[in-house]
Design a protein around this ligand. Structure first.
Ligand code: NAI
Length: 385
C-alpha cells in the first residue's frame, strides 16, 4: 500500500508534544514525514527539520511558506498536524482546510466558539478531515470502555467522574516565571487556563466513553495562587444529553499528582475505573459480582480495543501509542477516501472538529459559570442547539 505523506507545523526541538506526534505518526509505517515548519524561528525550524530527515526544500521556515510549497506539488502532503501554541490553531487550520488539506489540530482547536463554528463549517464545506488531538481516546482500554457502554454492559449510565489534575504549577514562588505566567493571563490564554488546557481532555473522554454530549454545566473555579487572574483549579458539575450526570475536577496545583487523567463510569449494572498513568488495566465491578481487572491485550476484549492494542499482554503501552491509534484511524479514513470505499467502522473513532467546537462552548460556559457563583449554563455551541 502506498504510504501517505505527512507534514507538521510546530513541534520543534524541545517542544513538549512534537516528539509524541512524530512517534505516533511513524509507528505503523502508514505515514512518511516529508514536510515541516517546525519552529517559530524560521532558521531553527529549517535546520531541525533537516536533522529529522526532511529534504531541504521541504524543511520550511514558516507555515505560509509550507502551504505555498506543498500546494504546488504533485506529491503534496496528505495530512498536516498543527502543534503550535493555541492562539495560532485557528488561522493555520483554516488556511490548510481552505487549500484542501486534511488537518489534525492540537487542542484547544480555537480560542472562541465562533472560530470553532467556522472550522466545523469549513470542514463540512470542503469535505476535508479536520481532526482534533484528544489523543488519550486512542488508548485501547478507553476504547474498550466505550464499547462496553455502547453494548449495554453497564446498563444506563448514571454518573461519570472525570479528573485531570496535576501539580506542575503549584509553586507560588515560580508563578511569575514567563513560561508559566502566560497561561493564567487572559490576554494570552483567553477566558480559561486549567479547564481549557486539561479539563477539556477529561470532558471529551467522558463524552467519548458514555456516547453522550454535554448539555449544561455549573462550575466552581478558583485561582489558588492569588496573583493568577485565571483559574488553576475547577470543579465542574455536568449534565449530558442522554441523561447522565457528571463531575469533573481539574487542577494544576495538585501536588503529588503527575498527569492525573482518570475516568470512572457508574451505570445501573456495573462500574468502570481507568487511570492514564496505569493505562494497561481497567477495573470492572459488575453489580452483585466481583471486581475484575482487565488487561490490555487480554482475551475477550472488544474489536475496538483489539485494533488499538499493539504489543502482547503484560508489556506496557503508553501515550505515543495512543496517539498512534489516532493516526491509524486517520490513515484509514484518508485511504478509504482515496480508494472510494467506506472506512473500517472500528477506525472511525478519531475526534472531530465538532468535538473541538463542543470543548470551546464548554470552556466559555465554565468561565461564565465560575464568575457567576456556579450558575448553570447551557454548554452547547449555538450551532448544535
Ligand atoms: P511548546 O511551547 O512546547 O512548543 C511549541 C512549538 O511550536 C515550538 O517548537 C515552537 O517553536 C513552535 N511554534 C510556535 N509558533 C509557531 C509557528 N507560528 N509556526 C511554526 N512553529 C511554531 O508547546 P507544546 O506544549 O508542545 O504545545 C503545543 C500545542 O499542543 C498546544 O496547543 C497544546 O495545548 C497542545 N498540547 C496537547 C497535548 C495533548 O495531549 N493533546 C499535550 C501537550 C500540548
Amino acid at each position: 500500500m502506498a504510504k501517505l505523506l505527512w507534514g507538521m507545523i510546530g513541534g520543534g526541538e524541545g517542544s513538549q508534544i512534537g516528539p509524541a506526534h512524530r512517534l505516533g505518526a511513524g509507528l505503523d509505517g502508514a505515514f512518511d514525514f516529508v514536510a515541516g515548519a517546525l519552529d517559530h524561528r524560521p532558521e531553527a525550524g529549517r535546520e531541525y527539520g533537516q536533522r529529522l530527515g526532511l529534504a531541504a526544500d521541504r524543511a520550511y521556515g514558516d507555515w505560509r511558506e509550507m502551504l505555498e510549497g506543498e500546494q504546488g506539488r504533485d506529491d503534496r502532503i496528505d495530512l498536516v498536524t498543527v502543534a503550535t501554541p493555541n492562539a495560532t490553531h485557528f488561522e493555520i487550520t483554516k488556511a490548510y482546510l481552505e487549500a484542501g488539506f486534511h488537518v489534525l489540530c492540537e487542542k484547544p482547536m480555537t480560542m472562541t466558539v465562533e472560530e470553532g463554528e467556522e472550522i466545523v463549517g469549513l470542514a463540512r464545506e470542503t469535505g476535508r478531515i479536520c481532526a482534533v488531538n484528544y489523543g488519550y481516546t486512542g488508548y485501547a482500554l478507553v476504547r474498550h470502555m466505550r464499547a462496553m457502554v455502547a453494548r449495554g454492559d453497564l446498563g444506563k449510565v448514571r454518573m461519570v467522574v472525570a479528573e485531570f489534575a496535576h501539580g506542575h504549577h503549584a509553586d507560588a514562588a515560580d508563578a511569575d516565571n514567563p513560561r508559566v505566567r502566560w497561561r493564567y493571563d487572559p490576554a494570552q490564554a483567553g477566558v480559561s487556563a486549567q479547564f481549557a488546557d486539561c479539563g477539556i481532555h477529561a470532558l471529551h473522554m467522558a463524552s467519548f466513553v458514555i456516547g453522550q454530549e454535554l448539555d449544561r454545566l455549573s462550575a466552581d473555579t478558583v485561582s489558588c495562587i492569588e496573583s493568577r487572574v485565571l483559574e488553576d483549579d475547577a470543579q465542574v458539575n455536568l449534565r449530558f444529553d442522554g441523561g447522565a450526570a457528571g463531575r469533573l475536577w481539574t487542577s494544576s496545583i495538585a501536588l503529588g499528582r503527575q498527569h492525573g487523567l482518570t475516568l470512572q463510569v457508574f451505570g445501573e449494572k456495573g462500574g468502570l475505573r481507568w487511570a492514564q498513568e496505569q493505562p494497561n488495566q481497567l477495573y470492572w465491578m459488575p453489580l452483585g459480582g466481583r471486581l475484575e481487572v482487565m488487561e490490555r491485550g487480554g482475551p475477550g476484549l472488544s474489536p475496538e480495543a483489539d485494533r488499538a492494542s499493539r504489543v502482547t499482554m503484560g508489556h506496557a503501552e503508553g501515550m505515543p501509542l495512543a496517539f498512534a491509534n489516532i493516526y491509524a484511524d486517520l490513515a484509514e479514513a484518508i485511504r478509504a477516501r482515496k480508494e472510494g470505499r467506506d472506512m473500517d467502522p472500528a477506525a472511525d473513532l478519531y475526534p472531530r472538529a465538532e468535538d473541538g467546537l463542543r470543548s470551546m462552548a464548554a470552556v466559555f460556559a465554565v468561565a461564565e459559570s465560575g464568575q457567576g457563583q456556579g450558575v448553570w449554563m447551557d454548554a452547547r455551541p449555538p450551532m448544535f442547539r
